[in-house]
Design a protein around this ligand. Sequence first.
Ligand code: KG4
Ligand code: ZN
Length: 342
Amino acid sequence: MNILAIETSCDETSVSVISNGVDVKSLVISSQIHIHAKFCGVVPDLASRAHVEKINPVIAESLSNAKINFNDFSKKIDAVAFSVGPGLAGALLVGSVAAKSLASVYKKPLIPVNHLEGHLYSCFIENKFLKPPFLALIISGGHTELVVVEDFGKYKVLGGTRDDAVGEAFDKAARMLGLSYPGGPIIDQRASKGDPLSIKFPHPYLRDSWDFSFSGIKTSLLNYLKSNPVKNEQHLNNICSSFRMAIAETLIFKTFKAVREFNLKKIVLGGGVSSNSLIRHMFLENDKKDKIKVFIPSPIYCTDNAAMIGCAAYLKQKKCGLSYNYNSLQLKPSPSLILSNW
Ligand code: KG4
Ligand code: ZN
């Protein structure tokens, strides 16, 4: 089954053609980082306008890369999928309108996908034999979710963030340090040249809950900088390194505690922060120690991308079937959508 999938929930316009949920025929990601960088964060109106500008060229490029032209669409594409939420309202609307237009013009079924499920299943693209149950950790710019996936579409959400998402904490820390947006990648690069033990940042373990909280580390960084302004490049690298270590250790502690407590054998990571080199390394190291298998997508599938939406759509239609109803309430963009069972 060939699915054309569209992702526009935040600041990436992405379209993919993916076969049977695992064989990526094409994946185009048009990033808006250059537009938002000077504001140190995503500006919703600018994001929507950039999606409007890019959506048609990105669809055309993705089809062309998959060697499909618009005349072949009916023959070669079996369904259209799109991110229905959570995300920015205007941004989601652009993707949903494009998906509905293609589906109704070419008379194809339409599959709405929860963006979080895109991240949650992104590992399946490269691990087609992976099966639930597993523990998923979704770490992105907007989310930090620990979820027991009992079966496809059957979730028990253990915890989320009480304040900043983990990617947001990296982005805000970078801003305090005068580094560019998005902060995660630049802190990661600098951290690798610094000493992770040079500064003691708090580890917000919240021992009686599966929730996370990253605003304390952020405030602690702010207080540290007030009395210890950045002296030189090495000092800056040391701060990045200690900050990254505190976050990585917090994520590791909680995730491995949960996997043992719920008697699971697999951990699956997803979301932009799972590109972090230390987080990847530490999860894979612990994997050897604990005989728990850790799955982390390649960086291209960690970030917001349409292939993961196509993969989740494929898994969903396998269980729930297909629908040609383009007016269903489920197809309305839903900026605050939460994970729910199917
Ligand atoms: O999943 P994603 O592309 O978009 C959302 O759904 O939010 O995640 C973006 C987030 C940003 O906060 C960015 O700073 C962070 O992922 N990020 C990283 C790294 N690469 C991206 N954080 C830490 N280390 C990285 N290497
Ligand atoms: Zn995302």
